[in-house]
Design a protein around this ligand. Structure first.
Ligand code: 5GP
Ligand code: ZN
Length: 111
């Protein structure tokens, strides 16, 4: 079982910031910004590229959760970045779909 599935199951701890029936969001263990939250579906999906017609709503749902968390953390006006890594060149390290929410500082890297 992957580490994020273990977090969903409660086998591994996390610093939870949001949860509903289908999604979980928690603080990144190695934050790259003052606010760095990971939003995941509870269902295991390995890659963004595995998302299809049937489950594409997951991406929209995660974006809405990111917006809500950004409001909760007071960065909805200063701005924030959402990011999904997919595959080797992106640097994806955990193979359970997750959206990064980064904020609280000016981002230097522009894609
Ligand atoms: P990726 O590079 O796969 O898009 O990002 C994986 C992220 O998960 C990294 O930013 C890393 O710091 C974070 N991470 C890895 N293991 C854990 C963990 O056990 N708990 C938490 N909260 N974050 C983790
Ligand atoms: Zn998983």
């Amino acid at each position: 079982m992957c580490i994020f599935c273990k977090i969903v199951n409660g086998d591994l701890p996390c610093d939870k910031v949001y949860e509903d029936e289908k999604y979980l969001a928690f603080k990144d263990i190695n934050p790259k910004a003052p606010i760095h939250i990971l939003i995941i579906p509870k269902e295991h999906i390995s890659y963004l590229s595995d998302v299809d017609e049937e489950n594409k709503h997951i991406i929209g749902d995660m974006a809405l959760i990111a917006n809500k968390i950004a409001e909760d953390f007071g960065i909805h006006k200063t701005g924030y970045r959402i990011l999904i890594n997919n595959g080797p060149d992106s640097g994806q390290e955990v193979f359970h779909l997750h959206m990064h929410l980064l904020g609280g500082k000016k981002m230097v890297f522009t894609a």
